[in-house]
Design a protein around this ligand. Structure first.
Ligand code: BGC
Length: 736
């Protein structure tokens, strides 16, 4: 893989640390040091602002703007009105002056600069000493977001001077944030201030959503204070002659009205009164409990240990089931790229993590799709189809992707939801969910798939003019992934309705038609070579040698004309290999090996979702070196800025894939069949590793060393371990 690491962080097992201010990497650090709690996400930017590449981003889950007015003259079915997660209030806007000179780490003389994010508390700390012409002024900035009291953010600034310096600190709530480089997305509809407390209420321009933020300030000693106000902000100015220590502490509680129905009355919420120390202690407890049931330990590889904990920590910060109308954006709440949208990534890449760590959050993710079923129905009508078609990119359930070739031709979100339902029911055994919500989604998705598919002149069923997960092949016929996933969706839907009876208006004729679609589905496959053809005609495409593409050509979409990317057999991300992973039990070792060896060399991994899938299959195929190489990339993708775009936000859904990589890859876990499978292997350079699965109310700990796996279960669980069916209980050892 022609990608290179750009390392600048220290290796530490429980935190990320930047020592020395890396000005040119500032926006990358801001993404990496993001804090979040699903409700809200704040990038790791300087509270006081900085002259360096920066994006002062603070995002609230589900708070968005329409991109532009709908265009009445657009072609039917082409989305002409996108929407995007909008940068919201800056809750920690703090201008600081030392004897009248503005604090700016991009300009001041600095010593001992450290930025640190702690995975055991969610605490983000920046500390440094400014050398002025009179002496030294030390600063320590701390911030964290409550994980239990999720509405509240804490900020503390500790200042230490070795000479009497006049410190001026303006701390406020600022709705004048920039989005996509432009100012002015918010209207401040109300503000009030009274000494150390103030309130600002802002409204989005096109969606009429409201945010009310309350600020409450505490000072370690008396100072002169006055209120400040601009058209988009409100705050407090503090002036203090400091000779020694001074501590400023601030708490911001925010309420959001996503519906626009409550309007300014969101300001009737009750702001938190919990002090900084107690809230921090609560966060530490939250994370101690969390790591107890979700940690992955790697012995003998500190870099990957840091990488995987960073991934788990950031995923947990992004989503853990706070509200069923939240979802997981491809960049989480850490940046503006991808408009904050959720993709098929949610069910295909992220869901397994929640299935094995937090089943109710997994259910919430599927309920999000259930609650947006009507949007998906409308989308299907726009595409001249029946049933429900889930959007490729969305925040509110409507299709937000304005690139028609993706929005109109990719159906992996719909088959992904069906797969998610199947996977959830399989792992959780939650039949009530299936009956009350799952069946209806399955039926509507199958109706869509039946109406969008066609019988070709040869009588075979399949999809014409589509784009599969590999986005480098557009308008192809019989994309193997789409056809295979649709076939499985029809089969699962039919089997569920046969089991639970006709519901939601399903008829016997309809089920018979689904069955026929599945039976006649064309799956392009060559028995002699055991290769699935990615789409009809793929094998006849001109060949490009991926390994000979100069590294300076990446990312390709910036360096190759758009159409040039499409005209050959190079692929962006796994397509055939993807369905072979999702339904691993359907394929033999030889089939997997043949397809891996054919498709991997053709893949440029331009999607960050790609390496972990390859790593998991490489492990299964006993290509252990390759598996570890891909894993290192997946686990440290953002930490080492492999794709050179971490500045735009973290690759949150691909960090979920790094978890999959350990559990499904090295751990050999499979959950697509009836029994839970655990078949561990270990990379040569590791002394050992362990991971945990919450399965059917039991916590399973799998600890793997050079020649054995020790599995402990609090309860009892049926599983197939190292090829043998067994009932796990207590602690058992298995040779690997
Ligand atoms: C990938 C998609 C993915 C999206 C969001 C794209 O680059 O090709 O498969 O859904 O990123 O992660």
């Amino acid at each position: 893989m022609s990608k290179q690491a750009e390392k600048y962080l220290e290796t530490d097992e429980w935190s990320i640390i930047e020592r020395g201010f890396h000005k040119e990497k500032n926006a990358v650090s801001e993404s990496l040091f993001s804090i979040g709690n699903e409700f809200c996400g704040v990038r790791g930017y300087a509270d006081e602002g900085v002259t360096a590449p920066t994006l002062q981003g603070c995002y609230f889950n589900g708070v968005y703007e329409w991109a532009r007015e709908a265009n009445e003259t657009a072609y039917k079915g082409i989305t002409d009105r996108g929407h995007y997660m909008v940068n919201a209030v800056n809750p920690i806007a703090t201008e600081i002056r030392i004897d009248g000179v503005k604090l700016d780490t991009g300009k001041c003389r600095l010593e001992n600069y450290i930025r640190r994010l702690d995975f055991r508390s969610g605490e983000f700390v920046r500390s440094f000493t400014v050398i002025t012409n009179k002496g030294c002024v030390g600063f320590k900035f701390t911030r964290f977001l409550g994980m239990t009291d999720f509405r509240t953010l804490y900020q503390r600034i500790e200042i230490n001077t070795d000479y009497p310096a006049e410190i001026q600190l303006c701390a406020g709530l600022d709705f004048g944030t920039r989005h996509g480089g432009k100012r002015g997305r918010w209207t401040k509809v109300h503000s009030s201030s009274d000494g150390l407390v103030c309130l600002a209420v802002g409204k989005t321009q096109s969606t009429n959503q409201y945010i009310a933020s309350f600020q409450s300030v505490n000072l370690s000693s008396e100072a002169t204070i006055e209120s400040t106000r601009t058209p988009l902000s409100v705050g407090i100015k503090i002036i203090k002659r400091v000779n020694g220590a001074f501590i400023f502490t601030k708490r911001v509680t925010s309420f959001v009205d996503k519906t626009g129905e409550r309007g300014v009355s969101v300001a009737n919420g009750k702001p938190s009164s919990v002090p900084f120390e107690i809230a921090l202690a609560e966060n530490k407890k939250y994370y101690a409990d969390f790591w107890k049931s979700s940690d992955i330990v790697i012995d003998g590889d500190p870099e990957n240990q840091q990488g995987i904990r960073f991934c788990i920590f950031q995923l947990q910060q992004t989503y853990h089931g706070v509200a069923p109308d939240d979802n997981i954006g491809a960049k989480g709440l850490t940046g503006e790229a991808y408009g904050g949208h959720a993709f098929w990534d949610t069910e295909t890449y992220c869901l397994p993590y929640f299935l094995f760590n937090n089943a109710s959050a997994a259910k919430d993710l599927l309920l999000y799709r259930y609650n947006t079923l009507d949007n998906a129905r409308r989308r299907a009508r726009q595409l001249d189809c029946d049933g429900a078609c889930y959007p490729i990119a969305t925040l509110n359930g409507d299709e937000a992707c304005t690139l028609w070739q993706h929005a109109s031709l990719q159906f992996q979100p719909s088959t992904g939801v069906a797969y998610g339902v199947m996977h959830y029911v399989n792992v959780s055994g939650d039949e009530d969910f299936l009956v009350n919500y799952g069946l209806e989604m399955l039926l509507e998705i199958s109706r869509f798939l039946r109406s969008r598919g066609e019988y070709g002149a040869d009588g075979r069923f399949g999809y014409f003019c589509v784009m599969g997960p590999d986005e480098f092949q557009m308008m192809v016929n019989h994309n193997c992934y789409t056809n295979y996933m649709a076939k499985k969706t029809f089969e699962y839907t039919v089997s569920c309705f046969e089991k639970y009876g006709l519901k939601f208006g399903a008829t016997d004729e309809e089920l018979a038609a689904f069955k026929e679609c599945a039976e006649k589905m064309y799956i392009p496959y060559d028995e002699r070579t055991k290769l699935f053809e990615q789409h009809d005609g793929f094998f006849r495409l001109p060949h490009v040698s991926v390994k000979d593409i100069p590294v300076t050509d990446f990312p390709l979409y910036h360096h190759w004309s758009y159409d040039r990317i499409y005209r050959n057999d190079m692929i962006k991300q796994p397509d055939v290999l993807m369905f072979m992973l999702l339904f691993g039990g359907d394929f033999s070792f030889e089939q997997k090996k043949a397809n891996y060896e054919y498709y991997e060399p053709r893949c440029i991994h331009e999607s960050s979702l790609s390496p972990s899938v390859h790593s998991i299959l490489a492990s299964e195929l006993k290509k252990h070196g390759e598996a570890l190489g891909f894993f290192g990339f997946a686990a440290r993708l953002d930490l080492d800025d492999y794709n050179r775009n971490t500045c735009e936000g973290l690759h949150t859904t691909s960090i979920a894939a790094a978890w999959l990589n350990i559990v499904y890859g090295f751990g050999g876990v499979r959950s697509d069949g009836q029994a839970l499978v655990i078949n561990p292997s270990i990379p040569e350079i590791w002394r050992g590793y362990s991971f945990k699965l919450n399965y059917h109310n039991s916590l399973i700990t799998v600890a793997v060393s050079k020649d054995k796996a020790v599995i402990s279960v609090d309860g009892s669980v049926e599983a197939v371990v190292c090829g043998k069916r067994t009932v796990l209980s207590g602690t058992q050892e298995f040779q690997i």
